[in-house]
Write a protein that binds this ligand. Structure first.
Ligand code: SAJ
Length: 453
């Protein structure tokens, strides 16, 4: 069977390599864009363009490219021989939180022009209603075929998690939403080739709502943790102590397998990535675009605002901690540790480090960013030399929990910093150890006990 995977991103590459390893002939399609065009030659050389730690992925790509069952091109006309076309292009939201579907629409147009009768089209994260209201009409119009009758249309989303790309594809249950029951059935049969976990059949719309809800749930829970963190700071307690106790509430003794009664998330410097900052807005957009009802969601909107506020809060903590050492923000040289949005990853999409960098850059004497995985980032002074980054600085700000930072020793830090100030956005350091070592310490959710007079 011929499979074409359009969009060589985290999900596209791992999906293509998995199917290529299961005996399918897979062609990846990647447009020659400034940001990602280089991946075509890189993948065809059997190399993995995804940085950070992705167990098994680099070896798998090398194997299937050498075997000749996976190759990449920018020529979308390869769709004409495909039995299955999987569209996994990015669907970002703009500053008005509206989904930007231009690349998805262009791709759907092109697929429609080339696809053959009987093909199955599968596509990825979109606002609920998009498959029915946008993708389907474009495919029918540009192919002259009828969805459900002449070709199958399925929505099935990846549960992509940085650091677990391959693992999740195989071991995570998967929702398969078809336009018709026949589409669903064919989609379930197709994914049985690589998914070892349960496959849940449903319709497109339900699957689309489930995907964005899955991430909105997480974003709201992180916002809850961040709000509790701000309360703890004001009350002078440590949110991580509070969280430990809250989550110690035992499972239901009569049914221990039940989910923990409490699963408070971890407060921090903000929520980045390609999922959480976007999916709540896709859910809200679908309500406005297709929902009809005048109901306006409040919790998911307010949660986005709280999470987006955290970089500003980090700047406030930097100002407060420097002040304690008698250093004004405008005189300070600051080092931000971590540009990636997630620990031990090179993924910088929607990273909370960028708004913090921009907030500080405009005010401080100097701001440098360190990251062990991110090699370059337009407009950011970036280095992967930790000592160089920290030398003679007045404040070290942790935004990303890279392992390299967890290993930093306070006595080493004292020998490189000019002023002993730590602002901890990921609960890396022990506040008391820092204070005992002479540092001014601020952390998200770490209340500063008013020093007894
Ligand atoms: N974050 C917190 N507190 C938390 C968890 C995360 O502040 O308790 C921050 C992280 O630092 C990061 C951002 O949120 O900046 C996103 O973190 P994430 O762990 O959710 O990572 P993502 O964006 O890769 O999320 C993906 C999502 N998976 C899919 O979309 C299929 C998400 O639904 C998963 O729950 C998550 O991976 C996961 O669990 O790893």
């Amino acid at each position: 069977m011929e499979i074409v995977v359009i969009g060589m991103g985290y999900a596209g590459i791992s999906t293509a390599a998995m199917f290529a390893n299961e005996g399918f002939n897979v062609i990846g399609v990647q447009r020659k864009s400034k940001r990602s065009g280089w991946k075509i030659d890189y993948l065809n050389a059997g190399k993995c363009p995804i940085g950070g730690d992705e167990p098994g992925l680099a070896e798998l790509i090398e194997k299937v490219v050498r075997k000749g069952s996976f190759r990449v091109t920018d020529d979308i006309s390869v769709c004409k021989k495909a039995d299955v076309i999987i569209i996994v292009v990015q669907t970002p939201v703009d500053e008005k939180h509206e989904p930007q579907y231009n690349s998805l629409k262009e791709v759907s147009q092109a697929v429609g022009r080339h696809m053959k009768k009987g093909v199955m089209i599968i596509e990825s994260t979109v606002a609920p209603g998009t498959t029915n209201h946008i993708i389907k009409p474009i495919l029918e119009e540009s192919s002259g075929m009828k969805a459900g009758r002449d070709f199958n249309l399925v929505y099935s989303y990846e549960r992509v998690m940085i650091g677990r790309l391959l693992h999740n594809l195989v071991y995570m249950p998967r929702i398969v939403g078809g336009l018709t029951p026949e589409c669903t059935q064919r989609g379930v049969k197709f994914y049985r080739n690589i998914v070892k976990a349960e496959l849940f059949p449903t319709d497109c719309l339900t699957a689309e709502v489930a995907k964005v809800t899955e991430n909105t749930y997480r974003d709201v829970n992180i916002a809850f943790a961040n709000e509790v963190a701000l309360i703890c700071e004001s009350l002078g307690v440590n949110v991580h102590e509070v969280r430990r106790f809250v989550n110690s509430l035992p499972n239901d003794p009569s049914d221990p397998a039940k989910n923990p009664y409490r699963m408070m998330h971890i407060p921090g410097a903000g929520t980045g990535g390609h999922c959480l900052p976007k999916d709540p807005w896709l859910l809200k957009y679908s309500l406005d675009a297709y929902g009809g009802s005048k109901f306006t969601p409040k919790i998911l909107v307010e949660s986005r605002r709280i999470n987006d506020f955290m970089p500003q809060h980090m700047k406030d903590l930097v100002e407060e901690a420097l002040h304690e050492k008698g250093v004004k923000l405008q005189d300070a040289r600051v080092c931000i540790l971590g540009l990636a949005f997630l620990g031990d990853s090179d993924d910088t999409r929607n990273t909370p480090a960028l708004p913090l960098y921009n907030l500080l850059k405009g005010v401080c004497k100097e701001v440098v960013v360190h990251d062990p995985f991110v090699k370059e980032f337009e407009g950011v002074v970036l280095t992967d030399d930790l000592e160089d980054a920290l030398r003679n600085k007045d404040c070290m700000v942790i935004v990303t929990r890279h392992k390299e930072y967890v290993d930093i020793r306070l006595d080493w830090l004292k020998s490189v910093l000019a002023t002993l100030v730590i602002v901890d956005g990921r609960n890396v350091f022990n506040p008391k150890d820092c204070e005992d070592a002479g540092f001014s310490y601020r952390g998200v959710g770490i209340g500063v006990r008013v020093k007894a007079k």
